[in-house]
Design a protein around this ligand. Structure first.
Ligand code: NAD
Length: 263
């Protein structure tokens, strides 16, 4: 039995690439796509080539195609509507859209519990980015101070990035006490970034960038820099494919690809 999958945000930068990647997987069948921009889209090459008429009506598409999994790469303002419709109708979710809050995470957890199905929510599906978060967690045990710089393309709508927030969360768990020794009031210096947990995050948005994260640790006499660069959106695709397969085995919500990879 193939995993019947639909994509919300199919006409977007990520949606198109995810569609193409899924079209090449023999155990996954892409059965439809939703986007606010209604379009005909062709994905894949050779025998895997398939053509889709992207629709704007998610409930109608679900009724017609009976999907097992919905993959969402849309917008922070849209994602929860899609996830609610899917989970309440017994369709598992793989959520790549970022900008969700703790309240949204709680709601997804509860919807999965009520409907006894799985969801995977990950701010970054690149394997290297997952490793960066874990390395930062380890380094955080040994360094009293750190700051995160995240750099993305200029079309990204949320800041700080979900990956930077998740990295800060990992760092707070491994070293939960506030550690910055700064003499002046930070409120008077917005250039010092946003305080999240025990670290500060600086967000850069420029054309030409894709997704880049740098965690700089400092202690007397030394610094440690951990950096990950997504040079193209191809970096996210293997993680999405893993999540589509793994979400079929889950009866609860999982937050982060690290849980599935056992990193
Ligand atoms: P994009 O703007 O290129 O694409 C988003 C698409 O979603 C658009 O085509 C838009 O029309 C569509 N859309 C918006 N609301 C919709 C709705 N209600 N129903 C259906 N379609 C809708 O954006 P993008 O660069 O593809 O990024 C999408 C999201 O994915 C962002 O939140 C981004 O931060 C995130 N992202 C996550 C990862 C990851 O690894 N988790 C990687 C890259 C991007």
């Amino acid at each position: 039995m193939k995993i019947r999958t639909i994509i919300t945000g199919m006409a977007g930068r990520m949606g198109r690439q995810v569609a193409s990647a899924l079209a090449h997987e023999s155990d996954i069948q892409l059965v439809g796509g939703v986007d606010l921009k209604m379009q005909n889209i062709t994905f894949g090459t050779g025998e895997a080539e398939c053509r889709f008429k992207v629709t704007t009506d998610l409930p109608a598409l679900m009724a017609k195609t009976h999907p097992n999994v919905l993959v969402d790469f849309t917008h922070p303002a849209s994602v929860m509507d899609n996830v609610r419709i899917a989970l309440e109708n017994g369709v598992r979710c793989v959520v790549g859209t970022t900008g969700l809050s703790a309240v949204h995470f709680d709601e997804i957890r509860s919807l999965c519990q009520t409907n006894k199905i799985g969801a995977v929510v990950a701010p970054n599906f690149a394997i290297g980015a997952v490793l960066l978060m874990k390395f930062a967690e380890i380094a955080s045990r040994h360094f009293a101070s750190a700051e995160i710089i995240e750099m993305h393309h200029d079309k990204k709508v949320d800041a700080p990035s979900g990956t930077a927030l998740k990295t800060a969360e990992f760092m707070r768990h491994s070293h939960p006490t506030a550690r910055e020794e700064i003499a002046v009031s930070l409120e008077s210096q917005p250039a010092r970034g946003e305080e999240v947990g025990v670290t500060r995050i600086h967000s850069v948005r420029l054309p030409g960038l894709v997704a880049h994260h740098e965690v700089i640790f400092g202690r007397p006499g030394e610094t440690l820099t951990i950096r990950h660069d997504s040079l193209s959106r191809e970096s996210f695709l293997p993680g999405v494919v893993i999540a589509v397969r793994e979400v079929m085995k889950l009866d609860h919500a999982v937050f982060g690809l690290d849980v599935l990879l056992d990193i």
